[in-house]
Structures are given as structure tokens and as C-alpha cells.
Ligand binder design. Structure first.
Ligand code: HEM
Length: 142
């Protein structure tokens, strides 16, 4: 499961980056919002939601997650930045990022004018992307 989660992460980064750049370009050029823009935002949302589900399963099956270990208590995990990242910071930050994507997507869907639609997507997707980048376990991944 950790393998699927690891490879799917590339798709997550690629799709959120493309959707974010596309919406920033649309916002700054003030062009009309068309079907392709909607699809890019939707694909990034779906790919990331799937990663969320895969991530939850990974959390339960990964040998890097210590559920109960007499030699490694909560204090040890929280006191070690690598262990804290994988047990707490990574999952929690990714859940916040996914929530931001979902809010941005839902908000833009209800808006009727092109430039505000692009603006909403730009802000929420860009924040989500920054959060994802900030808490990827880079040492494990690359
Ligand atoms: C946008 C969402 C997410 C992205 C982009 C992402 C990305 C990644 C990446 C790149 C790794 C390193 C994989 C490797 O070892 O090669 C990883 C590991 C991990 N992630 Fe996520 N993740 C996301 C969400 C989540 C969520 C929501 C959870 C849990 C609730 C989670 C749990 C884990 C765990 C437990 C590992 C360690 C797996 C292992 O190496 O055994 N992830 N994640």
C-alpha cells in the first residue's frame, strides 16, 4: 500500500500544480472560464481524494507507524522530528490541504463570473499545494 501511496503522490503533485498554474493564468489574463478549466480543477480534486483514502489505509498497514510499542512511547515519537512527521504532521497537514481543495472547488462551482472563479481556485489550490509540499516526507520519498 505504501508503494501505491508513494507513486500516486506524483500524480497528486502534478495535477494540483497544473490546476493551480492554470487558474492563476486565467485569473491574471481575465479570460473566460471554460470546460477545460473545470476539468483540471476536478481531476486534481479526485486524484487528491483518492490519495487521502490510500493514505488512511497506508497509515494502518505501514510498518513505520507504531501503534503500541513498549520501547517507543508517544514522548519518543513526538520528540523525534522524522517520527513526528510521519505519525502526525504529514497526515494532519494533508487532511487540511485536502479540505482546502474541496472548499475552493465547491466555492468556485457556485460562482458565476469567470475571473472570481479563477481567483477562488488560485488561492485555495495554491495554499493546498504549499501545505502538501511542506509536509511530504522527502527523506523517505526521494
Ligand atoms: C495529498 C495527500 C498526500 C500526499 C501527497 C502524500 C504523500 C506521501 C509521500 C510522498 C510519502 C512517502 C512515500 C515513500 O515512502 O516513498 C508518504 C508516506 C506516508 N503517508 Fe502520505 N500523502 C498524503 C496523504 C496522507 C494521509 C491522509 C495519510 C494518513 C492519514 C498519509 C499517511 C502516510 C504514511 C503512514 C506514510 C508512510 C508510509 C511508509 O513509508 O510506510 N498520507 N505520503
Amino acid at each position: 500500500m505504501a508503494h501505491i501511496h508513494s507513486y500516486w503522490a506524483y500524480l497528486v503533485l502534478i495535477t494540483i500544480t497544473i490546476a493551480t498554474i492554470n487558474s492563476i493564468l486565467g485569473w491574471t489574463s481575465k479570460r473566460a472560464f471554460v470546460g477545460k478549466d473545470f476539468s483540471l480543477a476536478l481531476v486534481a480534486l479526485i486524484v487528491t481524494h483518492l490519495q487521502f483514502v490510500i493514505g488512511i489505509v497506508t497509515y494502518f498497514v505501514s510498518d513505520k507507524i507504531q501503534w503500541s510499542n513498549e520501547d517507543l512511547g508517544t514522548k519518543d515519537i513526538m520528540g523525534n522530528s522524522d517520527l513526528r512527521l510521519i505519525h502526525l504532521e504529514h497526515p494532519l497537514t494533508m487532511i487540511i490541504a485536502i479540505a482546502l481543495l474541496t472548499i475552493g472547488y465547491s466555492k468556485h462551482k457556485r460562482q458565476l463570473v469567470s475571473t472570481p472563479k479563477f481567483k477562488t481556485l488560485s488561492i485555495f489550490y495554491c495554499l493546498a499545494l504549499l501545505l502538501v509540499l511542506s509536509r511530504i516526507p522527502w527523506k523517505l520519498w526521494i
